[in-house]
Design a protein around this ligand. Structure first.
Ligand SMILES: O=C(CO)[C@@H](O)[C@H](O)COP(=O)(O)O
Ligand SMILES: [Co+2]
Length: 219
């Protein structure tokens, strides 16, 4: 399957130099990034801790591109308003974060933000059908969440293709994002399967030429 839909690249800040976050955000925008992907980890839902809304707020003034906040925290509901206030444009969360995904997505929309649902590698696609009228983005995790630099799980390509069919059938304007182990090589497979937003941490921030890395992912 080939695609003519625009491909957006969302570098994951998790792989940036944390001592120079403001500069890194400005540099990645200048290099052609479409969105900034911000991974929020609580050491409970996932076995790692990253940063919270105060860091998101501090970074907001360093770039104009949309801030795509990927919540890996449980519970997420008590923090949705804080991330919205901090400058998130899109807030995504995992069904497993509980307790009520449908209500959480309604809350994100009520805060005036775009909403996303995230599927772990072992999470079936069926949950998306139940909330398809409440999401602007579906994120397929191609690694288990918690860390950057992991290897792409190829079984997720068929999930991306299934979701592309569900999104087209719904008639809604929903982005299909893939996150984890995305490189110039696996990006091609993701795009062919139907993804249109690629998250990449190591494959961008791990290089010395961010613009070339982003162009390489776009294909
Ligand atoms: O959400 C996550 C990990 O939980 C991702 O956003 C990673 O940060 C992607 O990093 P790479 O696999 O591209 O290095
Ligand atoms: Co992420």
């Amino acid at each position: 399957m080939s695609s003519s839909r625009p491909i957006r690249i969302a570098p994951s800040l998790l792989a940036a130099d944390f001592a120079r976050l403001g500069e890194e955000v400005a540099a990645i925008e200048a290099a052609g990034a479409d969105w900034l992907h911000l991974d929020i980890m609580d050491g409970h839902f996932v076995p790692n801790i990253s940063f919270g809304p105060s860091v998101v707020k501090a970074l907001r003034k360093h770039a104009r591109m949309p801030f795509d906040v990927h919540l890996m925290i449980a519970p997420a509901d008590p923090y949705l308003a804080a991330f919205a206030d901090a400058g998130a444009d899109l807030i995504s969360l995992h069904p497993e974060a509980g307790p009520h995904l449908h209500r959480s997505l309604q809350t994100i929309r009520a805060l005036g933000k775009k909403s996303g649902v995230v599927l772990n590698p072992a999470t079936p696609v069926g949950v998306v059908a139940e909330v398809i009228d409440l999401v602007d983005l579906v994120l397929v995790m191609s690694v288990n969440p918690g860390f950057g630099g992991q290897s792409f799980i190829r079984t997720q390509l068929s999930k991306i293709a299934t979701l592309r069919g569900m999104i087209e059938a719904s008639g809604h304007d929903i982005a299909l994002q893939v996150d984890g182990g995305v490189t110039a090589v696996t990006a091609k497979d993701c795009i062919a399967a139907g993804a249109d937003v690629l998250v990449a941490g190591t494959a961008v921030f791990g290089t010395s030429d961010y613009a070339a890395a982003i162009a390489g992912l776009r294909g």
